[in-house]
Design a protein around this ligand. Structure first.
Ligand SMILES: *Cc1c(COP(=O)(O)O)cnc(C)c1O
Length: 462
């Protein structure tokens, strides 16, 4: 299996190379040259197997010869062993025809653990084989960083450096990043928004001297291996509701477009998904783009669902690549226009996007109301991100097609917002109950590429 860049100008890579590289050298994102298909019989056969076995069957065709079958089974087993639920991604019923896919039973209580734990184990096997060392740099609005640190802490061949926007992550998110005391963990609080942190990480990848000097590797949601890990739970949840013999729809709380894009891949592999609904909070650039065709960032307004507070949605580029008929030059051009302020999707591409995705938006009051109403109606306490999606799903549900709404974080990860909306304080699971007592370690940095690169070089030469 070969991987190509969305901008068409970077070297074609193997799965392992694409995983270790992250961002392509032409600024694009890697995608498989072709998408493996799963037949109805193969999908049906996922019924009743363990999450790990389903993960093996869904992902195996994408990884080529990167890992032997035994290695890959071991990677998957270790990745999900630390989850607090035997089903890994259990499905709960909210209402008739409406289901909640709980993706928050991993070690940092957010769905990012599904991908990050897997990537951590893949890196360990791959680097262990080559004897190389890498420096993982990531930007986070909170959940990616904690998941990355949890996945890579203490590994021999990896330094993990996470940039998060100072003062704009929840206390639980911050503590999950600043309390691990392993020497290979470096939490940096940057002055600015998530988009600033993400832009500096992109700058580092485009600074080839720095990139090669420190052997930079990326694990942000642009990393193909992360998208791939998230494809699995679309299959397991749909199959448990009767796929492939019955269609299902999904509503996905969306920021960087990685999670919902994994659903798009599942559909292209053959899973009969009726509709894929992109749910945004008040930072609704994706909803506006899908509605009007215009993608024009106009600043971020901090919300109670901070992991979706973005304007530059990096994985959207992958959707654009398919919408533009896999024309890398066209993607490169709209991305250049984005740098200059924004772009308009061509009519043909907009039609293709709308065929693949529906969208909706949920403002702050609606988010709080969704938390309250869902608690009253079903006893489920939602995190604000999941509440955004439940609100949008309720608007878009259609009779006869089950709706699966992705619950992307545990309510205890956002206790202040959840309590303000519901009056209830969600307790942390027992396995992390001492989080508030552990001591923190973090370095504050300005929003300046040179300063950040200098700091990283000092740190990794410890
Ligand atoms: C990252 C995150 C999202 C957004 O997912 P994307 O793949 O970036 O679209 C939604 N909810 C939570 C809790 C997250 O951590």
């Amino acid at each position: 299996m070969k991987y190509i860049s969305t901008r068409g100008q970077a070297p074609v890579l193997s799965f392992e190379e694409a995983m270790l590289t992250g961002l392509a050298r032409d600024g694009g994102l890697y995608l498989p040259e072709s998408i493996p298909q799963m037949s109805d019989a193969e999908i049906r056969a996922l019924e009743g197997v363990s999450y790990e076995e389903a993960a093996f069957r869904v992902m195996r065709p994408f990884i080529g010869d990167a890992f032997s079958d035994d290695e890959f089974r071991g990677i998957i087993a270790r990745a999900y062993a630390g989850f607090g639920h035997a089903a890994r991604a259990p499905l709960k019923q909210l209402d008739s025809g409406h289901f909640l896919l709980e993706l928050f039973h991993g070690p940092t209580l957010a769905f990012k653990d599904f991908a990050m734990q897997l990537i951590g184990q893949m890196f360990e096997v791959s680097l262990g084989r080559s004897g190389k060392r890498v420096c993982i740099v990531g930007a986070t609005s909170g959940d990616t960083g904690s998941a990355a640190i949890e996945a890579f802490r203490g590994l021999d061949a990896v330094d993990v450096i996470i940039l998060y926007p100072h003062g704009r992550v929840s206390e639980v998110q911050r503590r999950q990043m600043t309390t691990p005391n392993e020497a290979n963990v470096h939490a940096l609080a940057i002055d600015g928004h998530f988009d600033d942190a993400q832009a500096r990480v992109k700058d580092m990848f485009n600074d080839f001297e720095f990139r090669d000097g420190v052997r930079l590797a990326g694990v942000n949601s642009i990393n193909w291996a992360r998208v791939l890990a998230q494809v699995v739970y679309y299959f397991t949840s749909a199959v448990s509701l009767g796929a492939p013999d019955r269609k299902v729809s999904f509503t996905v709380p969306t920021g960087n477009f990685g999670d919902v894009f994994a659903g798009y891949i599942a559909r292209r592999m053959g899973l009969p998904i009726d509709r894929l609904v992109v749910a945004t909070n008040q930072n609704d650039i994706l909803h506006r783009c899908l509605s009007t065709g215009a993608y024009r960032p106009d600043g971020v307004a901090p919300s109670i669902s901070p992991s979706m507070d973005i304007q530059v949605s990096s994985n959207f580029e992958r959707a654009l690549f398919y919408a533009y008929g896999q024309d890398g030059a066209a993607v490169a051009q709209v991305m250049d226009e984005l740098k200059a302020g924004g772009f308009s999707v061509s009519q043909g591409a907009l039609e293709a996007l709308r065929e693949s995705f529906d969208s909706g938006r949920c403002d702050e009051d609606e988010t709080r109301a969704a938390i309250r109403r869902t608690l009253d109606a079903s006893g489920e306490l939602l995190c604000p991100h999941s509440a955004v999606a439940v609100h949008v799903a309720n608007q878009q549900r259609r009779a006869g097609v089950p709706m699966i709404t992705l619950a992307t974080a545990h309510p205890a990860k956002f206790p202040a917002a959840v309590e303000a909306a519901s009056g209830l304080r969600a307790p942390l699971p027992a396995r992390m109950a001492d989080l508030y007592e552990r001591s923190e370690r973090v370095t504050r940095v300005g929003n300046d590429l040179n300063d950040i690169e200098t700091l990283i070089k000092e740190r990794i030469n410890h």
